[in-house]
Design a protein around this ligand. Structure first.
Ligand code: SF4
Length: 64
């Protein structure tokens, strides 16, 4: 499964980073999401699914 981030939709809420800081960071410029690991496995994949669920703007998705 691959994480895709649409920074155009991201509102910089940071819920993804709070959910799993090993997978996500935020730009120092505008707070938009940076994906650190785009093909997570194991428990990180579970946390990626949770991050997708809690993102308020549907800016991140999992596919594949
Ligand atoms: S939770 Fe969603 S809107 Fe908030 S920083 Fe992460 S990707 Fe962006």
């Amino acid at each position: 499964m691959k994480i895709t981030a649409d920074v155009g939709r991201c509102v910089g809420a940071g819920q993804c980073v709070l959910t799993e800081p090993a997978l996500f960071d935020q730009s120092e410029d505008d707070g938009t999401v940076i994906v650190l690991v785009d093909e997570p496995e194991g428990v990180l994949l579970d946390h990626a699914r949770e991050a997708v669920r809690v993102c308020p703007s549907q800016a991140i998705s999992l596919s594949g």
